[in-house]
Design a protein around this ligand. Sequence first.
Ligand code: PXG
Length: 407
Amino acid sequence: MEKITSAHAMELENKYGSFNYTPLPFVFEKGEGIYLWDPEGKRYLDFVGGFSSVSQGHCHPRIVKAIQEQAAKLTLLSRVLYSTEFGPLAEYATKLLGYQRILTMNTGAEAFETSLKIARKWAYTVKGVAEGQAKIIVCRDNFHGRTIAAASASSKAEHHSVFGPVLPGFIHISYNDLAALEGALKDPTVAAFLVEPIQGEGGVVVPADGYLKQAFALCEKAKALFIADEIQTGLARTGKLLATQHEGIRPHLVLLGKALSGGTMPVSAVLADDEFMKMLQPGDHGSTFGGNPLACHVALESLKVIVEEKLAERSEKMGQIFRAAVRDLASPLIAEVRGKGLLNAVVFKFGGDASKDQALSLALKENGLVVKAAKTNVFRFAPPLVISEEQVREAVAILGKTLKSFA
Ligand code: PXG
């Protein structure tokens, strides 16, 4: 096939693609470990990391091999038939993460939707909420995907107005606000509190120590489910296999996605014990592709890579090095660096000027570092977890050098 230049790739996408993204004008054709290459052959450090998906590194050889082997053997059955691949994944994932059962889907948004169905049915059949009345408490500035339910749960008014009517049944409270949660839980129709342990798309917002633990206790007391959306924070990203483990809690439901396949294909999951998983009976839920043999084989290998390469420990250590090194830059343009493990944000003093964000991304890319704002003036730094100390320091040096010449 003819080789495509960056300019031509952008021209085609801009001419024939849809309008729902405004990508940075960067084109890549290859990835390996923590590196990306553009079509012209220049190499970059990738600190976007597929938004927490390519935690095992781009094109991890073990994961690539797993895809190739299984793709040549059996890819899809649907779960109306047993496969040799689902069981081993289910056993490994549940034992690793401490739950009795796993339900596999494809995208993160589907895992989110699945958890809403479990929580609502549980509210009606176990908690005794009157039909049609179940509520889910969510946090402002959350991100759970792009489906109508996720848009309904979102606090983005602009999405409510153009994609409405939104689904009823969501109660919005402030993130990191226990008093608000306690108040909202007084409503006896509440089925669940659904929360990101760290708000990713919201700008890497880290709640106060103890927030999740106390929120879990409040849910237990009010007989409501605590659902952790660990699609971005889970699977070693924050320095533990699950971010909720930092506070020693075990949510009733956990949502996973992204790194569950090392960023190679859409695989998501809900983890739960029998009492909650049994809410979904035959006919209640499913998916053509969810739990397909290819996905299961790849997810199992992706989890084993996380465990065997000790990526949680690496994430914890490299995250500390990253944050300390960014603080050591002592740049007058940096307001704050925050995060856990390798889910970090650097907040810049650009006075809310979003055009500066684009200019900084361009300047950093010139110097070999790919990174992007999660929200205005807040850049998320979330590289593959296989990163070395030397590569962390190289990235921070690029940041320091770029900021020095950045007006
Ligand atoms: N929950 C969280 C916490 C997420 O970060 C989702 C759910 C939805 O996952 P899926 O697989 O349905 O995208 C996310 C996704 C985007 C985008 O353009 C989404 C995310 C990160 C960056 C961009 O939709 N996170």
